[in-house]
Design a protein. Structure first.
Length: 327
């Protein structure tokens, strides 16, 4: 029998170990850490610009090209579920009024039923199951939807076998067509401010009026509608266990998306607005003590106790690791 030269054997072994190392790195990526932007000294705006654009990205990342709802076959039984799923996603507060505890919809954060690139849901089905450090377990996509139902929507979980859950998963699967499982999606997890300038709440209150936030979100943060100007605080907004209850998340989201189309606020302005909004009262998440059971709890969660201190001017911002103190 013909024997392979010894150098061929070593080459094959090297390739096997190289592949295994890459696979191991991907398997242990922390989804909470992967959300950081504003790296390499860039502002949030500059980092976002580097991710804009369609088509194939450098490094072979997926192209942003979700299928059109107009292409659905009316004779296909899946079409009913997909179209209903889009409706549930876009009009969550009315379609699921028995489950939603405020006046928000999924589109309140993920605009255009999750198709707007700034907070897109395109490709989301390829990222699950996924280990979630906040909950300390592996999450399915249904679990992730229900995580938003009880936190962002301040409501109740949907039964996994309900038509509404089946329809939302069908819709999210449809808009993720053509993307392979585990593909890097450069448009995901881009609304986090990694380094936050020391917030000035009084300036944030002033900016809330000067920048026209009141036009869509109301003078008292009450909102004008789930998809036109969602409630930012008060009983009809997200509770303080939601992702938006973290200073880094809401500051990054504000800078990238507000005013509509984003890109006009400085890091400091976005931080000031975020701190002002999170200083206002909102529903309390009763499960804070159960979150991050395996450690790694972020330091930027704004709880009721912190809100009260911020309003009183006694909160020590150095408690938040990624708040940058002035020189």
């Amino acid at each position: 029998m013909w024997k392979k030269p010894i150098w061929v054997v070593f080459l094959m072994l090297a390739l096997v170990f190289s592949f295994a190392a890459c696979s191991n790195d991907n398997a242990h990526k922390d989804p909470e850490e992967s959300q950081s932007k504003n790296t390499e000294g860039k502002t949030n705006e500059q980092a976002a610009d580097s991710k804009k654009g369609g088509g194939e990205n450098e490094g072979g990342d997926a192209a942003y090209n979700p299928p059109s709802m107009d292409d659905l076959d009316p004779k296909n039984p899946m079409t009913e579920y997909i179209t209903y799923g889009q409706k549930v996603f876009h009009e969550t507060d009315t379609v699921l009024d028995g489950y939603v505890g405020n006046q928000l919809s999924c589109s309140s954060c993920h605009a255009d039923a999750g198709l707007a690139k700034s907070a897109s849901m395109v490709g989301v089905t390829t990222q699950f199951p996924q280990y979630r450090p906040r909950e300390g377990v592996v999450y399915t996509l249904e679990d992730r939807v229900n995580g938003c139902m009880v936190r962002s929507m301040n409501g109740k979980k949907l039964p996994n076998d309900s038509k509404e859950m089946r329809s939302m998963i069908s819709y999210l699967t449809y808009i993720s067509e053509g993307i392979e499982v585990g593909t890097e999606l450069p448009w995901r997890m881009q609304n986090t401010m990694k380094e936050i300038p020391l917030p000035k709440v009084e300036d944030g209150e002033r900016l809330y009026t000067e920048k026209g936030c009141v036009a869509c979100h109301g003078e008292n943060g009450e909102g004008k509608g789930a998809t036109v100007g969602p409630s930012l605080w008060g009983e009809n907004s997200f509770n303080d266990g939601a992702g938006m209850g973290r200073l880094s998340k809401i500051a990054g989201y504000i800078q990238n998306n507000m005013p509509p189309n984003g890109g006009t606020l400085t890091d400091q302005e976005a931080a000031n607005l975020a701190a002002f909004i999170l200083s206002q009262d909102r529903p309390v998440w009763e499960g804070h003590d159960k979150d991050w059971p395996n450690g790694g709890r972020p330091t930027d969660i704004i709880t009721k106790d912190r809100r009260e201190k911020i309003r009183a001017g006694t909160f020590d911002w150095s408690e938040i690791d990624n708040v940058i103190q002035p020189d």
